[in-house]
Write a protein that binds this ligand. Structure first.
Ligand code: GLU
Length: 446
């Protein structure tokens, strides 16, 4: 091993949104570079003009930025045609490649392409994760490296760039193992040193099948929309295929960088489990300060609530307790959400106020009238949940908890499911609560 400074890269093709397998690869390459105070490069592999799209490139870059994976250099292969052309010319001139006459089979097929002259030999490389890998290149035949002098394809551009950019470690998904022998032949032909390869295991779905768009993980942007925290995603992703020497699970990126080693990356596929990701997110949400929490919650909080700072402050402990991801906030206030009542009460039938075990209108009304009196006493005192509970609880215990608390909660929320009546009273405030209880009492008269 020479002591060259470490250079790694993430080389996505912008043909889709940045997916979990890919950002896990990016993360490993990033960690390894940072751990070795090396360089991390982002290279957009957009030589496939039909499938590459600007919107996907934007998605990749936005996602990396959001995750906080900063890169030191950026390249776009579509802007490097001249460089590749130089190499193709050199390979052809030196007899490593040749212009091949083709018989077009389908419309659009070329009559001429540039093929690499396969030396048909055994290629051996030492993968940092998988160990020694041997491959007989004969079966690869003379493979295509460019469709024309100006249209190089994947294997060539990948190798030329890794060489030109001084890559020391190629950290990528194991689906690229089969490409490595071809690429090694090209390295040899252009006289470039062969970098170290580390092929990381694929991600699997919970049933151990291959992770796919339909079956498994979302792109980074999908998790962002769902209100996951980038740190939780990074932490979880780093543990897919790698784990520290002890069983610690909650690790900051800094700690991961300190402890990571490619040698400890497992060979077998790693199972991606959204439930587990949710668990990580919950841990990270609970570590946020109130200000940070509100900051992350902002884009998920309904408009009317963002205008009412008092209500938001009163809701904060409840929101902190209830959510797993920030998108849960939107659900909580949505049409089937537990906190829908905070904005406005839904119409309910007077009979819904009656406790199922004591469906008596007069008794129910008298309980509400009594509760009303106790709640009125609290007006102007900015009561806490505990104060509210202390005021009502003895009466509820004496008269039957369900008999008293069900109608009270129903009158406040109009919902079968909601937080307990003391919390609801606290969130709504005394004035609004009294209004709702009055309306309930009135409805029982009809
Ligand atoms: N552009 C390739 C891909 O997106 C990556 C190639 C590599 O990492 O060597 O799969």
């Amino acid at each position: 091993m020479t002591n060259k400074p470490v250079v790694t890269r993430f080389a996505p093709s912008p043909t889709g949104l940045l997916h979990s397998g890919s950002y896990r690869t990016a993360l490993f390459a990033y960690i390894f570079a940072r751990q070795n105070t090396g360089k991390f490069i982002l290279r957009i592999e957009d030589t496939d003009k039909e499938r590459s799209k600007k919107e996907y490139e934007d998605n990749i870059m936005d996602s990396l930025k959001w995750l906080g994976l900063d890169y030191d250099e950026f390249y776009r292969q579509s802007e490097r045609t001249e460089i590749y052309k130089k190499y193709i010319t050199k390979l052809v001139d030196a007899g490593y490649a040749y212009i091949s006459k083709e018989t077009p089979k389908e419309p659009g097929d070329r009559e001429e392409v540039i093929r690499f002259k396969n030396p048909n030999k055994k290629v051996v490389f030492d993968d940092l994760i998988r160990g020694k890998i041997e491959f007989d290149t004969t079966e690869l035949k003379d493979f295509i490296i460019a469709k024309s002098m100006d249209e190089p394809v994947f294997h060539l551009v990948n190798v030329v760039d890794d060489y030109e950019m001084g890559m020391t470690h190629i950290i990528r998904g194991e689906d690229h193992i089969s490409n490595t022998p071809r690429q090694i032949l090209i390295y040899e032909a252009i006289g470039a040193p062969i970098p170290q390869f580390a092929h990381i295991p694929l991600l699997l779905a919970t049933d151990k099948s291959k992770l796919s768009k339909r079956h498994g993980a979302l792109p980074v942007s999908g998790y962002r929309e769902k209100g996951y925290l980038p740190d939780a995603i990074l932490n979880y992703m780093a543990l897919l295929g790698w784990h520290p020497t002890d069983d610690t699970e909650i690790l900051s990126l800094k700690q991961i960088i300190e402890q990571f080693s490619l040698e400890r990356v497992q060979k077998g596929g790693a199972v991606f489990d959204e439930e587990k990701l949710m668990w990580f997110n919950k841990q990270y949400v609970s570590k946020l300060s109130d200000t940070e929490f509100i900051d992350h919650a902002k884009s998920f909080i309904p408009e009317w609530l963002s205008r009412s700072d008092d209500t938001l402050q009163r809701l904060l402990p409840l929101l902190r307790e209830k959510i797993v991801t920030f998108a849960n906030i939107t659900e909580l206030f949505g049409s089937a959400g537990e906190l829908r009542f905070v904005h406005s009460i839904q119409k309910y039938k007077p009979d819904q106020l009656l406790w199922k075990k004591a469906p008596d209108r007069e008794v129910t009304k008298s309980h509400l009238v009594e509760c009303r009196k106790m709640i009125r006493e609290l007006a102007g005192k900015s009561p806490t949940i505990e104060m509210i509970k202390a005021a009502i609880w003895p009466y509820a215990e004496a008269n039957g908890k369900g008999h008293v608390l069900w109608p009270l909660r129903m009158s406040l929320t109009g919902q079968e499911k909601s937080p307990d009546p003391f919390t609801c009273l606290y969130i709504l405030g005394i004035d609004e609560s009294l209004k709702r209880i009055d309306a309930a009492i009135l409805s029982l008269n009809s």
